[in-house]
Design a protein around this ligand. Structure first.
Ligand SMILES: [Zn+2]
Length: 246
């Protein structure tokens, strides 16, 4: 599972890609040091050094989120040479549990590349056995030092739960009910504290509930105690692209 490969292979890949870029640039009548070429990453080595602990992992994720929100994205480690290097093994630095919402793709909103994030996504970040097992695998086998639960503004799954609670709706009889059941405690908390924005308060409580629950689970709780894992919550703002750390 080790990566990246031997430095000789990286160098060969890098030289090979640069040669290809040069040929294309020459054919197009452009210089190899112009903007067009610099927009196409040519290194087979990762853009950033490997993280060694939860704090470094969180800093790296925060930096990527800030780049995305400000419009200064790098879109790192997505070129063909790096993709080939990565086939030898993965060392993602963060587990992300986020919503399925199409507006919140983790690799994009945190400006990360191939092999960086170990992502599970369900509506409202609801955790079932398969999700939990996937996260436990990431922490136990891949030694991932950071787990982030990412909720977001105007989450449809949370909104549906708020409506179900307020209208006291009967279960639909479909599997969607499992989402409502899982998110209900967060809505109950928001209702109880008479939040002015029940939906947004529910989104936040849902994230913190999931973070607290994951912290009690096998493998994860032991890793937190050992200091090899940090579990944090976050809320993504659809309007600004900013991530608020909860
Ligand atoms: Zn959502």
């Amino acid at each position: 599972m080790d990566m990246p490969g031997p430095s000789t292979r990286r160098t060969a890949l890098r030289l090979g890609l640069l040669a290809g870029v040069g040929a294309v640039a020459a054919a197009c009548g452009t210089k190899t040091d112009d903007r067009t070429v610099s927009e196409a990453p040519s290194s087979a080595a990762p853009t950033e050094p490997a993280v060694t602990n939860p704090t470094e992992a969180l800093e790296r994720l925060k930096a990527g989120g800030e780049r995305f929100a400000s419009g200064g994205v790098r879109r790192p480690d997505q070129d063909t040479a790096y993709r080939a290097t990565l086939a030898a093994g993965q060392h993602p630095f963060a587990c992300i549990l986020s919503c399925v919402d199409s507006r919140v793709p983790p690799e994009i909103v945190f400006d990360q590349g191939l092999g960086d994030l170990f992502v599970t996504r369900t509506a409202g970040q609801v955790v079932d056995h398969a999700v939990l097992g996937s996260i436990q695998y990431g922490v136990a086998e891949l030694k991932i030092p950071l787990l982030v639960v990412v909720g977001h503004e105007k989450c449809g799954a949370v909104k549906a739960t708020v409506e179900a609670v307020e209208k006291n709706s009967a279960p639909s009889g479909t599997d969607i009910d499992s989402l409502v059941t899982a998110i209900k405690p967060a809505v109950a908390k928001a209702e109880e504290e008479k939040a002015t924005d029940v939906l947004d308060a529910s989104v936040r409580h849902n994230v913190t509930n999931i973070v607290a629950d994951l912290g009690t689970k096998a493998i994860l709780s032991a890793a937190v105690t050992a200091g090899t894992l940090k579990i944090v919550g976050a809320r993504y703002d659809l309007d600004t692209g900013e991530v608020e750390w909860l």
